[in-house]
Design a protein around this ligand. Structure first.
Ligand SMILES: [Zn+2]
Length: 433
């Protein structure tokens, strides 16, 4: 059997086939052709959202803040066109300005965006817009075909074949969902509908829909002042002057009365006080991340050092510093930051995966394997972890166990550099011809 035949005859998940058929659009009441039923939406959500949350440094460890954001979100979910969806609203630790929804109702706002808002109504606008995407079933329209595997394979194409892997190669295996690969990218039409639905739900929930205008003003100001932190937000939720104009028109007509309701400023300030006390540290982290992306590692390190002086126990701050050290090929220096990060947030997975990579960089494959196993326990379902376990076992000369992981990996995907590496090892060991 040649390689190509082997690859195609391996039993595997293959292409995911989504149910197709007619379904009632919950917003318009019209029959529409959709690619995903509710069960699929929930399944895709369950498969994808935990990886995105971890990519964003996990859910905040400020339970009061998380409860508050969930509370505001749930008030809107309840009055939406799909009140039966299993909504869950999270605040994630990422520093960039963004919010997003998965199709089953998992919705998140970053701490970066919460820092820029100043009243509950604009938080409700943010959540209402995302609830609008779930209700408009925009994810189903846009992304019906992508499974986690397609995304992983598309974004991680490196062949980790060298015996002494450098961070650059391994970086493509870790955090490989970066750049918003797991997030839905909406059309202008989707955005128009999500804004309109958001205001409708806010009005129904007794909130002031004027929060939508506040939110758009904030985004416009931020895009002038700190464009870097909004790139992903605008890539996924396209902004336009039309959105601003539609919103202000609706506020002057349909919602003229509701827009007179008082803005809830104090409650927002009370519930975000702990977060806001971290603003200087988060600002340094934002600068550090921007430098890290520009490969200006020394400058990044300076900002992150300052951030850690201001907030020494902050999980994202520690993980970002570890990434910077790893990018400078200083895995040994990265490790104490990762150990501290793990002790502060033991249930968040990202630090374990990075620790595994530092052990590979240091040629400690047994420790790498243990770290990847830990990552797998905390956050199952990342195909790259299967490959990385195989790779660690291969470095440990445990061919039998390595072959099993590589075989499992090839059952999930047959494309990309890792699949080639896995296949060539199975071939070299005489397990396939
Ligand atoms: Zn949107």
């Amino acid at each position: 059997m040649n390689r190509r035949e082997f690859i195609w005859t391996l039993p595997g998940l293959g292409a995911s086939i989504w149910l197709t058929g007619c379904s009632i659009d919950p917003v318009t009441g019209q029959k529409t052709f959709v690619m995903m039923g509710k069960e699929q939406e929930i399944a895709v959500d369950k498969q994808h959202s935990p990886h995105q949350f971890s990519e964003d440094y996990g859910v905040t460890q400020d339970p009061g803040l998380n409860r508050y954001v969930a509370d505001v979100g749930n008030r809107l979910g309840k009055v939406s066109h799909r009140p039966d969806m299993p909504y869950n609203f999270q605040t994630v630790n990422a520093n960039y300005v963004n919010a997003y929804a998965f199709p089953g109702g998992s919705i998140a706002a970053t701490r970066g965006i919460l820092l820029e808002l100043d009243n509950e109504d604009s938080l409700a606008a943010l959540m209402g817009h995302e609830v609008g995407h779930v209700n408009g079933r925009h994810f189903a329209e846009r992304q019906a075909k992508s499974s986690l595997l397609d995304i992983v394979v598309a974004s991680a194409t490196v062949a980790a074949a060298s015996s002494k892997p450098q961070y650059g190669e391994l970086a493509q295996l870790i955090g490989s969902f970066g750049g918003g690969a797991l997030l839905a990218h909406y059309s202008r039409e989707n955005e128009r509908e999500a804004d309109a639905l958001g205001m409708e739900y806010m009005s129904r929930a007794g909130l002031n829909p004027g929060g939508m205008g506040d939110l758009m003003n904030m985004l416009n100001t931020q895009s002038r002042e700190k464009p870097g932190t909004l790139e992903l937000m605008f890539a996924t939720h396209p902004m336009s002057s039309e959105r601003v104009a539609n919103t202000s028109r609706a506020l002057q007509s349909t919602y003229a009365e509701a827009a007179k309701r008082p803005r809830q400023k104090e409650r927002y300030m009370d519930n975000t006080s702990r977060l806001r006390s971290m603003k200087p540290a988060i600002g340094e982290q934002q600068k550090g991340e921007s430098m890290l992306n520009q490969k200006k590692y020394d400058t990044a390190e300076g900002h992150l050092n300052q951030a850690l002086r201001l907030a020494p126990e902050d999980y994202p701050g520690l993980v970002l510093m570890a990434k910077t050290q790893m990018a400078m090929n200083r895995p040994r220096e990265a490790q104490p930051y990762l150990m501290k990060a793990k002790s502060i947030y033991p249930t968040e997975a990202q630090a374990s995966q990075l620790a595994g990579v530092t052990h590979l960089q240091l040629r400690q494959p047994d420790k790498a394997l243990a770290a990847f196993q830990e990552f797998d326990r905390l956050l199952p379902g990342n195909p790259n972890t299967t490959f990385l376990k195989g790779y660690s076992l291969e470095q440990m000369q445990n061919k039998k166990a390595a072959a099993q992981e590589y075989y499992n990996y090839l059952q999930m995907t047959r494309q990309g550099g890792q699949a080639q590496h896995a296949f060539s090892r199975l071939q070299g060991w005489g397990l396939v011809k």
